[in-house]
Design a protein around this ligand. Structure first.
Ligand SMILES: C[S@@+](CC[C@H](N)C(=O)[O-])C[C@H]1O[C@@H](n2cnc3c(N)ncnc32)[C@H](O)[C@@H]1O
Length: 264
């Protein structure tokens, strides 16, 4: 009797493990929404309980263990490896990352703004490409994420190029000129909550923080999606806009970046 109970328990545990580790992740790979619900809601909560750490803290540990201090590329590689093989996270990721890199390199911004820092993955990607003397301001309203991002940016040795501001984008944007002495941004990466993309670029316009030739790059325009933002930048005579197709981070579901040049 006891042996039967143990056998049933062992088989059930094995089935659950296979489901959790391989079958469900494979099944949700091609659907952005299912992938987000599985990884971002279910797995994250289970791992938080099991490890007593948050997902950003687990990512930070992976960076501290596997990345070389002062080497941004190794920080990026450590995060991508962790997110592909251990646990999904909402970084721009290694499919869309090279698109971000090529736009940053093409613009070669002196002044750059990132809305939505999370753990600093895209911050590191952008800051490592900046020319000497250039500056990146990155904005994050979650203090726990900001604390992790500061450590990851420092691990990459990029703390002198980056100013991380804690607070909401809508509160910060109107104060940027006065607080940081910046007249306009050459490059803006939008990667915060999707319903803020449109109000925040309108705020950037109203505050005079965009000049002719400023480049906006928006992540996740397909998944989770930013329909009002796309409608605006694609139809406004003030922008020339282009879509770059790719995949939602660490999945096979379609997502992409929208590059929009401000025409004045
Ligand atoms: C998708 S994650 C950013 C990922 C990051 N850019 C990367 O690729 O590594 C979005 C982040 O934006 C932050 N956020 C959302 N809305 C915000 C707002 N209005 N102001 C500041 N931060 C915001 C969230 O807390 C979250 O950390």
């Amino acid at each position: 009797m006891l042996l039967n109970v143990l056998a049933v328990a062992a088989v059930s545990a094995a089935v659950l493990y296979v489901l959790y580790k391989w079958l469900i992740p494979a099944a949700v790979q091609n659907s952005g929404w299912l992938a987000l619900i599985w990884h971002d809601v279910i797995v994250e909560r289970v791992l938080n309980i099991l490890t007593g750490l948050s997902r950003p803290q687990r990512m930070l540990k992976a960076v501290q263990k596997n990345a070389t201090k002062g080497d941004p590329q190794s920080v990026i590689a450590a995060i991508d490896y962790y997110c592909r093989h251990k646990e999904w996270a909402m970084n721009v990721g290694d499919d869309k990352g090279p698109i971000l890199d090529s736009v940053v390199s093409e613009v070669n911004p002196s002044t750059a703004l990132e809305l939505g820092t999370y753990c600093g993955y895209s911050t590191v990607r952008i800051a490592r490409l900046l020319s000497p003397g250039s500056k990146l301001i990155t904005v994050e309203f979650n203090p726990a994420y900001a604390a992790v991002a500061r450590q990851i940016i420092a691990h990459a040795g990029l703390q002198n190029k980056v100013t991380l501001v804690e607070g909401g984008s809508g509160d910060l944007i109107p104060k940027i000129k006065e607080q940081f002495g910046i007249t306009s941004f050459d490059f803006v990466f939008l990667d915060h909550w999707k319903d803020r993309y449109l109000p925040d670029i309108k705020l950037l316009e109203d505050c005079g923080l965009l000049k002719k030739g400023s480049v906006l790059l928006a992540d996740n325009v397909i998944c989770p999606g930013t329909p009002e933002y796309l409608e605006y930048v694609r139809n406004s005579p003030r922008y020339k806009s282009q879509y770059f197709q790719s995949y939602l981070e660490y999945t096979k579901a379609e997502d992409g970046l929208e590059k929009s040049v401000f025409l004045g």
